[in-house]
Design a protein around this ligand. Sequence first.
Ligand code: IMP
Ligand code: MG
Length: 198
Amino acid sequence: MPIYQLSNSNSVSLHIILNTKIMIQLHDKQFVPFISAKEIEFAIAKMVAQIEDDFADETPVFVGVLNGAFMVVSDFMKLYKKPCEVSFIKMASYEGTSSTEEVKQLIGLNQDLTGRTVVVIEDIVDTGNTVVELKALFKKQNVKHFKIATLFFKPEAYTKDVKIDYVGIRIPNKFIVGYGLDYNGLGRNLPEVYKLKE
Ligand code: IMP
Ligand code: MG
């Protein structure tokens, strides 16, 4: 099996056979292919079409949740053809491979959103702690509409009542990396998604 070392660090290596990455090592864990770049593209296009339709007469403000959502926001914006704005907020709740109860706001919004239609764009909704925190935050801002769009959603892990308005792909309760999602900082640059090897 040919092994291509893509970085000088020993923590990231890709095992490749005939151009197909069959396994990825990030820190101490191994990950296997799960969702292709094509499937991701398709799921984002579907969300864009729904949101364009729902807000045809408005100029929504898309709020990406950093760090994980940077890649989905970029691809989403390139497909969205109607007037829109974009902003980012930075939240963090994860340590290693599990969510913590406490969600920290690390970089806040610097824009007045009173009366605006806000669509939060998340990479993934897991327990829902982050979306609950976001909903409370935007309620204080007196927005006109508050919607949540997420590329990935783990229904089995979700414990909250907040409605997730737009879902790209529903996944089982597995830890995934790639396409913006990380394991302790690594894996965000992968164009497709991998799941923890069992
Ligand atoms: P929640 O607050 O538990 O819904 O988790 C939301 C955040 O946790 C996401 O925005 C991600 O940053 C992170 N997260 C949740 N599940 C995963 C995963 O499977 N891989 C990587 N990060 C995850
Ligand atoms: Mg996130």
